[in-house]
Design a protein around this ligand. Structure first.
Ligand code: FAD
Ligand code: NAD
Length: 466
């Protein structure tokens, strides 16, 4: 008999959600990770610390804007030690909680690095020293991802940071270059800009957040243009050299400049480098993602793969749902990972959120859709917040009137998108959204009113008859 029914390698939001469900279903479960408690990248150096800092950034932005409402606070005094302390306390509290949850469920938490000896045996190099062998019926590989730093952007100098070192908040640099106008570049760039750095963003493609809906990105780009010193699109860094005065950066179409710090945020790569995995039948694709079927099973029947290491989108909630599905499959339940919508949220100010089909995807795939937009300038709640710049957008099947996609930009978009996900998953149509009474005055009404726009009559949007 094996030591455990299930061992989960990696205790991020995918791994710990999987281990907790396995234990709840009565499976003997072990969870292996080098950190002292479960949490992974998301809780220790990703989603959670970045959102704690973005919360403070939002407050700084609002305090500045309050001048327009007749309230002046003066220039903020920033105590970096205290700010770091707040962020670290959030991480400590959450990981302490996950540690307790593991204990209460009798999940065997092993602090160490796992390597696979064969399809049913692990060797774990323990953080405390020594090694431990563990036999298992099933293993779930949930080893996540790491920052991708191309050779051209590698420089062995602490002033060149990745997301992990940027989250440490070493100081507030006077000038900072962010390479990559994606999720991390815009979120962490916004934090440093709010704290007072002059931030320049360099993005290789012709727009910020490639892949996101352009109507939504346009709104965010306007606000980013105000908060950041420069946004250089269609621009690449060709060389970086460390100088006493800073990091000298050469671009392909901008004059050379020296920055106090550089944040490289050009994507993440899957971490499938678990020693021994390559000796099994597990297949890895060209980009390094572990291949699996819709039950998360790899080509090695005892091994499952979930989360960032198992494919895009590299998001915590996708990892958790995959983890829970893999465990259900192991427990013999009829389960598959087949979501209609995985929401994406960029936690900038304004926030940007979308779920399901985008207008561009519909166009590329030749799917006929009707797009209904509700501008937040027509929302009473948005005006009370002095945030008329937002937008709510529905992508609707014109025949069935089903909601296929939802996009939002504006404060709170990340919370509002959950209604869109539910609508898409439940197969709701525009009438369902229109007839569901939404509380007033709230930003959620923009979802209801965009459904009204779809039908050509919305209380707050007048469209003259042709
Ligand atoms: P991870 O969280 O990456 O955890 C993998 C764990 O496996 C790690 O602890 C690692 O040490 C461990 N491990 C690796 N190899 C071994 C081994 N051989 N043995 C044992 N353990 C091993 N996503 C969101 O949805 N929302 C956000 O707001 C968000 N913000 C982010 C902000 C930043 C700055 C970053 C970097 C990422 C952010 N993400 C966000 C992405 C999110 O962090 C990932 O999608 C998520 O953490 C993936 O979870 P996972 O379970 O696949 O693995
Ligand atoms: P990203 O893929 O979101 O953005 C990388 C950006 O860098 C892209 O716009 C890309 O075109 C650009 N780029 C690539 N090479 C470049 C170069 N040489 N010069 C200039 N620009 C270049 O990647 P990220 O921001 O590093 O984040 C990694 C992943 O982590 C995200 O894709 C996401 O899955 C996850 N994440 C999610 C959240 C969230 O959910 N709020 C937050 C942070 C990270």
């Amino acid at each position: 008999m094996a030591d455990v029914n299930v061992v989960v390698i990696g205790a991020g939001p995918g791994g710990y959600a999987a281990a907790f469900l396995a234990a709840d279903l009565g499976l003997k479960t072990a969870l292996v990770d080098p950190e002292i408690n479960p949490g992974g990248v998301c809780v220790y150096r990703g989603c959670i610390p970045s959102k704690a800092l973005l919360h403070v950034a939002k407050l700084l932005g609002e305090a500045k804007h309050a001048d327009a409402w007749g309230v002046s606070f003066g220039a903020p005094k920033i105590d970096l030690t205290k700010l770091r302390g707040f962020k670290d306390s959030v991480v400590k509290r959450l990981t302490g909680g996950t540690g307790l949850l593991a204990k209460s469920r009798k999940v065997q938490y092993i602090q160490g690095r796992a390597e696979l000896l064969d399809a049913n045996t692990l060797n774990i190099k323990l953080v405390a020293g020594g090694e431990q062998k563990l036999t298992f019926d099933h293993a779930i590989v949930a080893t996540g991802s790491v920052p991708a730093i191309p050779a051209s952007l590698k420089l062995d100098d602490p002033r060149v940071m990745d997301s992990t070192s940027a989250l440490d908040l070493p100081d507030i640099p006077t000038t900072m270059l962010v390479v990559g106008g994606g999720y991390i570049g815009l979120e962490l760039g916004s934090v440093y800009a709010a704290l007072g750095s002059a931030v320049s963003v360099v993005e290789m493609t012709d727009g910020l957040l490639p892949g996101a809906d352009r109507d939504l990105v346009d709104v965010l780009a306007k606000s980013i243009a105000k908060s950041m010193k420069n946004v250089w699109l269609k621009t690449s860094v060709t060389k970086m050299t460390a100088e006493k005065a800073g990091i000298k950066v050469t671009f392909d179409n901008q004059p050379e400049q020296v920055f106090d710090r550089v944040l490289v945020a050009v994507g993440r790569r899957p971490n499938a480098s678990v020693p021994g995995l390559d000796r099994l039948r597990v297949q890895v694709d060209r980009r390094g993602f572990i291949l699996h079927d819709d039950q998360l099973r790899t080509d090695e029947p005892s091994i499952f793969a979930i989360g960032d290491v198992a494919g895009e989108p590299m998001l915590a909630h996708k990892a958790s749902h995959e983890g829970r599905t893999a465990v259900e499959v192991i427990a013999g339940h009829k389960a598959r990972f087949e979501p209609r919508a995985i929401p994406a949220v960029v936690f900038t100010d304004p926030e940007l959120a979308w779920a399901g089909l985008t207008e561009a995807q519909a166009q590329q795939a030749g799917i006929a859709v009707t797009v209904a937009k509700f501008p937040w300038a027509a929302s009473g709640r948005a005006l009370t917040l002095d945030r008329a710049d937002g937008l709510t957008k529905l992508i609707v099947d014109p025949k069935t009137e089903r909601i296929l996609g939802v996009g939002l930009v504006g404060p709170g978009a990340g919370e509002l998108i959950a209604e869109g996900v539910l609508a898409i998953e439940m197969g709701a149509n525009a009438t369902d959204l229109k007839l569901s009474i939404h509380p007033h005055p709230t930003l959620s009404e923009t979802l209801m009113e965009s459904a009204e726009v779809f039908f050509g009559q919305s209380t707050h949007v007048y469209k003259p008859k042709r």
